[in-house]
Design a protein around this ligand. Structure first.
Ligand code: AMP
Length: 274
């Protein structure tokens, strides 16, 4: 497995692989890898990639000033071992300084799908995500990239960026990997105390309890009550069209239910497409 730290070195290698007719997959992550990330590597393999590039980069530009950039968990050694075991062929570990050169001044703004949900609560978040993902596309030259449904809005925003900016690659979205308890796997779960982890089960339970043919506003109230009753602080409970992310009045097939809560100091998200 190759390890790249410098953007130019990855780019040069990726270009050579493409010229040699290799199919490159990119799996962008912020590291502290878990089963959810590894499922994306497995999906890349299944889709026939010859080279699977996993990027591990805690991207400062997508964090707000009061968010957890500094304390975000990092474990390079464990991530390398997990990538290797999962079948990645290259890992990219850039530093903020070599991803964002002095006076970096170009950013990408998606202006439709990023407006609501996490985009409304985390100003600048998707600008940071789009910018770093576009850079990774230019560095790894992937034929396709794999994202997780765990970050539903992110996957939709990236698909729109690819479409609107004519990136010559495909985006695949892999299902949410959960712990046996139902809790969606996340690097941020490492922040949770045992008690907080217990409370977090209400997220997947709430999602499971939603059925089609109901009033979205009534369902929202019911779920807010359920989450609050479990000791969580609701950031949002939204019912949106799975493609446009526009709010819907009724639950139905194709509707996406998205939840964001604070469990103690930790912000957790989860979702389900009906
Ligand atoms: P992150 O490292 O949290 O930025 O996530 C990197 C990629 O892994 C994103 O595409 C996420 O959606 C995906 N991912 C994170 N957690 C999960 C999960 N539990 N199941 C599936 N994909 C996930």
């Amino acid at each position: 497995m190759k390890i790249f730290r410098e953007p130019q070195k990855l780019q040069k290698w990726a270009k050579a692989q493409r010229l040699a007719g290799k199919k490159i997959a990119l799996v962008p992550t912020m590291g502290f890898l878990h089963e959810g990330h590894l499922s994306l590597i497995a999906a890349a393999k299944k889709r026939g990639a010859d080279e699977i590039v996993v990027s591990v980069f805690v991207n400062p530009v997508q964090f707000g000033p009061n968010e957890d950039y500094e304390k975000y968990p990092r474990d390079e050694k464990a991530d390398l071992a997990k990538c290797k075991a999962a079948g990645a062929t290259a890992v990219f570990f850039p530093t903020p300084a070599n991803m964002y050169l002095d006076r970096h001044s170009v950013y990408i703004n998606e202006e439709d799908l990023s407006k609501g949900l996490c985009g409304a609560r985390r100003p600048g978040h998707f600008r940071g995500v789009c910018t770093v993902v576009a850079k990774l596309f230019n560095l790894a030259h992937p034929d396709f990239a794999v994202f997780g449904q765990k970050d539903y809005q992110q996957a939709q925003v990236i698909k729109r960026m690819v479409r609107d900016l004519n990136f010559d690659l495909k985006i695949y979205v892999a299902p949410i990997v959960r712990e046996p308890s139902g809790l969606a796997r996340s690097s941020r779960n490492s922040y949770l105390t045992a008690e907080e982890k217990g409370r977090a089960l209400a997220l997947s339970q709430a999602l499971k309890s939603v059925s089609a043919g109901k009033s979205a506003s009534q369902e929202r109230k019911r779920i807010e009550k359920l989450l609050t009753g479990a000791g969580l602080v609701v950031d949002y409970v939204e019912f949106v069209d799975g493609e446009t992310l526009e709010p819907v009045a009724k639950t139905a097939k194709g509707v996406c239910v998205l939840l964001a809560v604070y469990d103690g100091a930790t912000r957790l998200i989860d979702n389900r497409v009906l």
